[in-house]
Design a protein around this ligand. Sequence first.
Ligand SMILES: [Fe+2]
Length: 357
Amino acid sequence: MVQLSTPQPARQANPTIKAQALAYLIFERPDLAAAEKFLTDFGLRIALRDSDALYFRGTGSAPFCYVVRHAEQARFVGMGFRVASRADLEKLATLPGASVIRPLTAPGGGEVVSLTDPAGFTVEAVFGQTAVEALPHRQPLPANQTDQLPRINATQRPPHAPAEIIKLGHAVIEVADFQKVCAWYTGHLGLIPSDVQVLPDGAPIVTFMRLNLGDTPADHHTLAIAQGFMNTYNHSAYEVVDVDALGMGQRILREQGYRHAWGIGRHILGSQLFDYWNDPWSCKHEHYCDGDMFTAERPTGIHPVSAEAMAQWGPAMPRTFTAPKMNRAALRALWHSLRHSPDVTLRKLITLKRLFG
Ligand SMILES: [Fe+2]
């Protein structure tokens, strides 16, 4: 079995497997109709409506990329990663706490091994899904630029409709045991840290990790892990075709009365144009386009963390964007992590508070 090495974040020489794609996210919601309304206004499409679950897809060839199961409490359950072979499933099935290989009862079928990461999130490894035919989507609008004028005697009229989502791009989680969780993803799924944000004392606080696809370019990040005092969902992101899709998507979501979180702006790490919206359970969902693509060759970047380091331009990041929801469960988690997590210290939390307000 792979020896998980720290300090993290760092790439590991011989990971158990190299994940090939972020396949889907799994949520539990008390109101499936409200979830469906938000997600379709956000730009996903229904792939399958089950008695107690909804499956959504983008226009791409993934049979689904988002599952909502009915449950009393709203909860982010975890993620599915596509793996390269059945042999990879067999390797993962030997890890502590792994399930046996079983059929995946979801659109596209295939087989799945269910794991739990050290933060308690479900991680499903999937192989053998049948891809679906991609759906047509609007092509990026031809922009007239100073030296290039593709549009003469013609106008720009993007449709007044939800932003078409092409694919699930990435998920971001906050964890207490940052070292252990990073080591699990780099060691077992072969993720590579693309960029790491650090505190003034050098302690890593956010790591943006990509898939190791060798010479095939991969999204700058597929999973990002942030140091928090509890294990929680931060946001997930979905690719749209261009900046007009971001802008029209914003208009539609605003008209439908949803709560805006942050945007439109351009990130620094990953370079995406972004726009963030809250779903009915105050969970952030991001539209993005024009992200960086890195091959496995590119080394890890190290950068100081701050609120200003999150975007090159756009409105200032609202204070509410990173502020944890302080309820009784959060206070309990804070107390527990301060006592038991080697990565959570009062000093670190005070520094973060100072940097992010
Ligand atoms: Fe993001």
